[in-house]
Design a binder for this molecule. Sequence first.
Ligand SMILES: Nc1ncnc2c1ncn2[C@@H]1O[C@H](COP(=O)(O)OP(=O)(O)O)[C@@H](O)[C@H]1O
Ligand SMILES: [Mg+2]
Length: 249
Amino acid sequence: MLKLIAVTNQKGGVGKTTTAVNLASLLAKSGKKTLLIDLDPQGNASTSYGLDKTLPGTYQALISPKGAKQLVQSLGSLDILSSNSDLAGFEVELVNYQAREYYLKNLVKELDYDLVIVDSPPSLGLLTINALSAATDILIPVQAEFFALEGLSQLLDTVGYVKKGLNQSLSLLGVVLTMYDSRLSLSQQVKIELETNLRGKLFKTVIPRNVRLAEAPSFAKPIVEYDRFSKGARLYKKLAKEVKERLYG
Ligand SMILES: Nc1ncnc2c1ncn2[C@@H]1O[C@H](COP(=O)(O)OP(=O)(O)O)[C@@H](O)[C@H]1O
Ligand SMILES: [Mg+2]
């Protein structure tokens, strides 16, 4: 059965793209046929792999799903639908269309994957709603800062609405703390708060602030290829393991 993980948070700069890209690379190596969909008009996930952003990708695939297979690019074990600013038009163009929430779901039906990972844009607009309507699971990266908690409860409310109205099978895979600095007492406080409120839903793995993670995209590589001995690589591997356990038991 297809598993589709939406990596989502309406806040920008919390580690969505870094998490989506690195998890996709790692999970693709574990034998599941894996596709990464860049659903952000900024196209950061596509840039992280050094892809040519002038090529058609996610936007064209959403508009004509029958031809989507030809738009998928191969990165070895991982496939990707790349994105660029064309995708910004999607929300505006489809506002008056029926079933506009289900374009991504319809697209994925035309493709043949075991696992799809979606890198969402930083908003709760139509693209993110498409991601949540198509998803079996949502994974939420959260930065350890005070406002993160407010943003998270807003997002969890949205997940609740989507579950009721658009996608009953959506479930919260988990929340992962990113860019964690254990020297800061605020980081520790936020972690404790999340542990209390989310109980089992907070991933045990915490992603530390690690400069190698920030450097990797400029070398067009996921962290495990850029510097596999870095702290970032080690912790994303650990997170991938935890994600696999939660997905497949
Ligand atoms: N754990 C980390 N340590 C250091 N820098 C990080 C880490 N995770 C992400 N970054 C950097 O922080 C910025 C925002 O991360 P990104 O994954 O693009 O967030 P989002 O997709 O939520 O906007 C990027 O420049 C990224 O390279
Ligand atoms: Mg991003």
